[in-house]
Design a protein. Structure first.
Length: 126
């Protein structure tokens, strides 16, 4: 398990404990509770693999969850509050070679390749 995800879930659960919500797990089962939350986060298929991208999302999920709570939440409630990953910037389209000159160069290169293939391959002697 990712150490950063473990840290983010631990910090979030500690904040939940500080709220003293109804239905809060007993102190002796909190470590097991944290393990269950970690597994739920990993299985949720919401992208939890890149610390620099996903750690702030987990923090934001907890922050979004806090004002909604009256009782101890389930992992599903947190997962619903985790924002989507930011959209990746698209690469610009590849530049196109246009014109008769570029086409002539490409044909000449193909002709050279075909001539080389017709000759066959030989190993140089040493």
């Amino acid at each position: 398990m990712s150490s950063w995800l473990r840290r983010e879930v631990k910090d979030g659960l500690q904040a939940l404990v500080a709220l003293g919500l109804e239905g809060q797990p007993a102190a002796e089962v909190l470590p097991r509770t944290a393990d269950i939350w970690l597994r739920a986060m990993q299985k949720a298929n919401i992208g939890m693999s890149i610390e620099t991208v996903d750690a702030p999302r987990v923090r934001a999920g907890f922050e979004n969850l806090f004002p909604l709570l009256r009782r101890w939440p389930s992992p599903a409630q947190l997962i619903e509050q985790v924002p989507d990953r930011p959209k990746r910037q698209s690469l610009p389209p590849a530049p196109r070679s246009e014109g008769e000159e570029a086409e002539a160069k490409a044909k000449a290169a193909l002709t050279d390749i075909y001539k080389g293939l017709e000759k066959g391959f030989t190993l140089s002697e040493q």
